[in-house]
Design a protein around this ligand. Sequence first.
Ligand code: SF4
Length: 310
Amino acid sequence: MKYPTPKLVVSACLAGHFVRYDGGTVKDPFVEKLLNYCQILPVCPEVSIGLGVPRSKVMLYWKGEELRLIQPSSGKDLTEEMLSFANSFLNELEEVDGFLLKGKSPSCGVSNSTLSYKDPEGKTFSHRTKGLFARKILERFEDLPVEDEKRLKDDRIREHFLIRLFSIARLREFISSARSISELMEFHRINKYLLMLHSQTKLKEMGRLVASSKNFEQAIREYSKLFKLALKKSPSKGQYINTFIHMYGHLSSRLNPKEKGHFAELVVGFNNGFVDKETILELLRNWSFRFEEEYLQTQTIFEPYPKELN
Ligand code: SF4
């Protein structure tokens, strides 16, 4: 299986740069492994706005409804510098496939994990929120995967992030060389079951688009938008079962009654939490080889990203 190389914007401290406030970096075994498969675009927004290494800590506080970034030791309000850096960085950014940022940071924190305060001295805790730089990314790239290293410790979140990151990279690489609607049809075909898994509605919409488009450039633009939207939500158990059954439909007429019974038992087991999805996918893949069912063999759902990242 040939994998694309995702273009990933990464907090520089997660990419091994010694840019943290204390002069350190962040060691995360999964992130280190992932970065080997990506083209990395490292950024440290705090260093980029002129704060040195090491530096006094910065923090977030609420001035009424407004979130401000402040350095309590110097009393400097860095909000405008940070927002202006975020805007210019994102304006100049080449096309990327996702973002992996450092959790809990007042600048980079993307999930609600960063402490915020009610006063500029950081004496009274308010609540956990998102960092200032990360907010701009979330506002402007709502169709791309944006996560922090802490959330990627959760198996389901990590898998969904990887599926989106590598699929969007595959789409970008495809677009860079595609020239015709028939190539788009083929791309759509190999992604059919991965798309079905995430959104049957979007899959149908994309199928109609590919089948009826006359203008290639316009089709690619609309297809890209729908593709990213389709993968946005993590699939439910029901969506897995529906997809397994559709895939099984390519093979069932050539299976014997015992094999059919075995498949049905596995699906029930999956529904009840005793069988994992990989077991069913592997069985379907084996059968697709045995019956030389090429339509299934080439589906990206079997290996949407390098298995070494599991
Ligand atoms: S979390 Fe962000 S701002 Fe802080 S050191 Fe890392 S890259 Fe720089």
